[in-house]
Structure formats: structure tokens, C-alpha cells
Design a protein around this ligand. Structure first.
Ligand SMILES: Cc1cc2nc3c(=O)[nH]c(=O)nc-3n(C[C@H](O)[C@H](O)[C@H](O)COP(=O)(O)OP(=O)(O)OC[C@H]3O[C@@H](n4cnc5c(N)ncnc54)[C@H](O)[C@@H]3O)c2cc1C
Length: 327
């Protein structure tokens, strides 16, 4: 019988990706309801360091395959091995990072296992049925990010698999000493791949990842007037912050979608957030409410953003930024 809350421990060059530790947190939350073991699968060229990191995060069972070679981009071969691993472990559910790697590998795994997959969840919860068994509630934005839906996988299809958006769960803290049951599937061989990597190129530098930035400067529709965005950019540069924004900023193509903050964008937890011209709709503030210090500037003294901010300033953003830039 399927049991266990399993995460896919995505790694890069022998180190666990931060999103994997967020998935451990999500799995531990589910465990509070179901009581099932938290498991992880590792597939890497040199998995030992990743296994140790997972052990310190309090994962109870770790299953690893030493790929024996760099399998980057070889998602056809990797997905076959992972499908076989899951066939042996038989977990109840699998939480996968909604990253390009996670999406690409596990869409193939789902097809091989015939179990389906829910993409891009922003929350995963365990529900209890009348007969005492559990089911998974997979919450995610849908229909062009305009509504929230809860998806429940049909009974009898295991594992229940879902990708989870990076940033929506806080990272699991390390414990002093891990006690995981660790098992290497040494008999598993990774097959040949039909994918050939011709060239690797570094991604173009961004304005700064808002997920890791300590200071984030957020622009809302108020920034769309005149040359306000240019002012916002200068402000962000001066304070050393990354630029994020609300949905109207993305809709008007002022910032890319991966800088949108909110229920259908990213969840961020910077040390300082300064927002300009943002009204404070809940769909936006849900993605930013855990900021340690939050300052908001808005011309409307009744703006809802003041209910979330630690400090509010009722003023025209143009005047505030211009004055600051002259200091
Ligand atoms: C299902 C769903 C999901 C959504 N997901 C998201 C999401 O992930 N992220 C998101 O951001 N939104 C999301 N939205 C949209 C959200 O509901 C709001 O419409 C949006 O956040 C409003 O953005 P805003 O504050 O920039 O614009 P507005 O609400 O138009 O507010 C603009 C503010 O700027 C102020 N202002 C104007 N000029 C100035 C000035 N010169 N100086 C200072 N202040 C000024 C105004 O007083 C006003 O308060 C979603 C909506 C739905 C229905």
C-alpha cells in the first residue's frame, strides 16, 4: 500500500537547491495530519553531500541513486530511473519543485506511472475522509491565473504528484544531527539519453532575484504614470534592492512575470520592503506579508496597504523618491 510523503530533492553541482528544503517544510506540515514518514529521493552524479544535507533537515527516509555521470538536461533517461525508484518506494504523494527541471522530469514520470500530476501548487493540504483515510488538496491558480482551484486526485492513482511553486513555504531549518534511514539503489543503472547538450550559456543577468534579495522595492500601478518607473529603478539602485511589482506592472510589461509578487506570483520574505503606488489588494499582499520591515508610500490616505505596512507615508511617490535621490 502506498505510504510516505516524498519530496524530489533537486540539486545542482552536489548541493541541495533551496527549494528542496522548502518542500521538506511542506511535507512536515502534511505529516502533522497524516502521520506518514517524510521521504526524499535524490538523483545526482555525486549524491552523498545532498543526502547529508537532507538528513540534517530531518527527512526520515532518503533514497538515492548515484547517476555516475552528469545527467543535466537528460530528462528522458532521468525520468525513467526516477519512475523506477518511485515504483520501489511506493509513496502516497510526491512534492516536486515547480522549477524547469522538476516540471520537465516529472511530467515524463507521471506519464510512465500513469498517475497524473497537478502543476504549480501554491498550497498543499491533507484532508480526512469519513473512513479515516486521507486525500490531498492541491490549491493553485488557474484559468489564466484568475481563479483559485482545489484539485483532488482520484482515488486509486498513486503516487499523487504535484509541483509546488518555489518561495511559498519557508525553508526547513537544519537539526543538529540527522537520523534518516538512507538507502542507495546501487543496482539501478541510468540508461542512455537521446538528448545531446550542444552548448551551455549563462542566463542573462537579471535586476536581481527578488526571492533572495534582502531589500525589495515594489512598484504598483502608481509607478506607471510619467517617468515614475525610471525613478523607481534609480531608487532601487541606490538602496541596493531588487525590483518587484504588482500584477498591473506585469500586464503593462514593465517587469517580467517572475518579478510579480502575490498569490499568483512569488512569495517573498525580504528584510526590508518599500512599496510605491500599491493599493494593497489581498492577492498582492499575501505574497509579501512576512517581510520583516515594510514601508509603503501611497497618495491615498485610506489605502489598504497601510494595514500590512509597518510604516506608511501618504505622499506622491515622485516627490518622495526625488527628494531621497538628492540626499
Ligand atoms: C485570482 C487573482 C489573482 C491575482 N493575483 C495577483 C498577484 O499575484 N499579484 C498582484 O499584485 N495582483 C494580483 N491580482 C490583482 C489584484 O487584485 C490587484 O488588482 C492588484 O494587486 C492591484 O495592483 P496595484 O496596487 O498596483 O494597482 P491599484 O489597485 O490600481 O493601486 C494603485 C495605487 O497607487 C496609488 N498611486 C497612484 N499614483 C500614485 C503616486 N503618484 N504616488 C503614490 N501612490 C500612487 C493609488 O492611490 C492606488 O492605491 C490578482 C487578482 C485576481 C482576481
Amino acid at each position: 500500500m502506498a505510504s510516505g510523503i516524498c519530496i524530489y530533492a533537486e540539486s545542482y553541482k552536489g548541493k541541495l537547491e533551496p527549494v528542496a528544503s522548502e518542500l521538506v517544510s511542506a511535507a512536515k506540515e502534511l505529516q502533522k495530519t497524516t502521520g506518514e514518514k517524510v521521504q526524499a529521493i535524490v538523483f545526482a552524479e555525486k549524491p552523498e553531500g545532498v543526502v547529508t544535507e537532507l538528513d540534517r533537515l530531518g527527512v526520515e527516509e532518503i533514497y538515492a541513486v548515484n547517476a555516475g555521470r552528469d545527467c543535466s538536461q537528460q530528462d528522458d533517461a532521468v525520468s525513467q530511473t526516477i519512475a523506477e525508484m518511485l515504483g520501489r518506494i511506493e509513496p502516497w504523494c510526491v512534492l516536486i519543485p515547480a522549477t524547469p527541471e522538476g516540471r520537465s522530469i516529472f511530467s515524463r514520470v507521471a506519464m510512465k506511472l500513469g498517475c497524473g500530476m497537478t502543476a504549480d501548487c501554491t498550497e498543499v493540504l491533507a484532508g480526512r475522509k469519513e473512513d479515516g483515510s486521507y486525500y490531498m488538496k492541491q490549491n493553485k491558480p488557474s484559468y489564466g491565473e484568475n481563479v483559485f482551484v482545489t484539485i483532488v486526485t482520484r482515488d486509486g492513482f498513486y503516487p499523487q504528484m504535484m509541483t509546488v511553486r518555489p518561495g511559498v513555504y519557508t525553508a526547513q531549518e537544519e537539526t543538529a544531527e540527522g537520523q534518516a534511514k538512507i538507502r542507495y539503489f546501487d543496482d539501478m543503472k541510468v540508461g542512455a539519453s537521446k538528448i545531446e547538450v550542444i552548448e551551455e550559456a549563462e542566463a542573462e543577468a537579471e535586476t536581481g532575484s527578488i526571492l533572495s534579495a534582502e531589500v525589495v522595492v515594489v512598484g504598483g500601478r502608481g509607478v506607471l504614470e510619467d517617468d515614475n518607473f525610471a525613478l523607481l529603478e534609480k531608487f532601487a539602485e541606490k538602496v541596493g534592492g531588487a525590483i518587484g511589482g504588482t500584477r498591473p506592472m506585469v500586464d503593462s510589461e514593465m517587469i517580467p512575470f517572475n518579478h510579480q509578487i502575490g498569490q499568483t506570483g512569488l512569495t517573498i520574505r525580504p528584510k526590508i520592503c518599500i512599496s510605491f503606488g500599491v493599493s494593497g489588494a489581498i492577492q498582492h499582499t499575501e505574497g509579501i506579508k512576512d517581510t520583516k520591515l515594510f514601508v509603503a508610500v501611497n497618495t491615498d490616505e485610506d489605502a489598504a496597504i497601510y494595514g500590512v505596512a509597518d510604516y506608511g507615508m501618504t505622499a506622491d511617490l515622485k516627490e518622495v523618491i526625488t527628494e531621497y535621490l538628492m540626499l
